[in-house]
Design a protein around this ligand. Structure first.
Ligand code: ATP
Ligand code: MG
Length: 237
């Protein structure tokens, strides 16, 4: 139960637009749930509702059995949910180490221990040599790695990655895929949004396909690959 996430009948409207129209799914620790769909399907809105940036109009979100619907981003992070953003949101004028310390500021742990932890995560992400640089000196791909590192600092149970591979060199993509595999194999519940279907199909245990705010198909990779509605949503009929 530790990182199980259960979303039911989630609705989010922006004025007259229904961005999420009854979305539901569940995902388990040690598994990757791939989330696919054309531009504007509602994928990022779904993550924004789960992490508390948006308050859903109705429906529910449970993490490890706890109802977190409508709670603040801070409370939801404390419940063990971490994420990265489609466009990286690093603290540009802070060092990499300081970027990593932000999500653990309120943890009652000795500074030395937090610093060691930050350095170990930066080492894992191959950013250790840049640890005293400002985040805005990093390339776009490196900023994506830094966001992943910052997400991992509080050791979240659920991790949500929004387009981690977009605009990233294939070599770095391979490294990111390995990192995601190690999050999954370490027992985290991974939600992965990507337009890179090859990576989605390689990593995911289950995939949901979204279109116009709805889940139009869900299942194993093979089911989704051959699903007529998914093919039509991507290619037109
Ligand atoms: N803050 C907002 N205010 C108004 N409309 C919004 C807002 N956020 C998202 N939307 C709308 O909700 C719909 C879903 O957007 P969302 O960003 O979730 O799509 P997406 O599936 O992540 O697309 P992409 O693949 O392009 O990132 C779009 O029509 C978008 O314009
Ligand atoms: Mg998006």
């Amino acid at each position: 139960m530790s990182g199980t996430i259960e979303v039911k009948e989630l609705v989010k409207r922006f004025g007259g637009l229904t961005a999420l129209d009854g979305v539901g799914f569940s995902a388990e620790p040690g598994q990757v749930l791939g989330i696919i769909g054309v531009n504007g399907a509602g994928k990022t809105t779904l993550m924004n509702c789960i992490c508390g940036i948006y308050r859903p109009d109705s429906g529910s979100i449970r993490v490890a059995g706890v109802d977190v619907t409508g709670r603040s981003p801070h409370e939801i992070a404390h419940q063990g949910v971490g994420r990265t953003f489609q466009i990286p949101r690093v603290f540009g004028r802070m060092s990499l180490v300081d970027n990593l310390l932000v999500p653990v500021l309120d943890r009652k742990l000795p500074d030395r221990q937090l610093l060691e932890q930050a350095e170990s995560v930066l080492e894992q992400m191959r950013l250790i040599d840049l640890r005293h640089n400002h985040a805005d000196e990093l390339s776009g791909g490196q900023q994506k790695l830094l966001e992943m590192a910052r997400m991992l600092m509080p050791d979240p149970k659920v991790v949500m990655l929004d387009e981690p591979f977009a605009g990233v060199h294939p070599q770095l993509c391979r490294f990111m895929i390995e990192q995601i595999e190690s999050m999954r194999d370490g027992g985290k519940t991974v939600l992965l949004i990507s337009h890179d279907l090859t990576s989605i199909y390689r990593l995911s245990n289950t995939v949901i396909a979204m279109n116009q705010g709805k889940v139009i198909a869900s299942g194993g990779v093979e089911d989704i690959r051959s699903n007529q509605q998914v093919i039509e949503a991507y290619l037109g009929d």
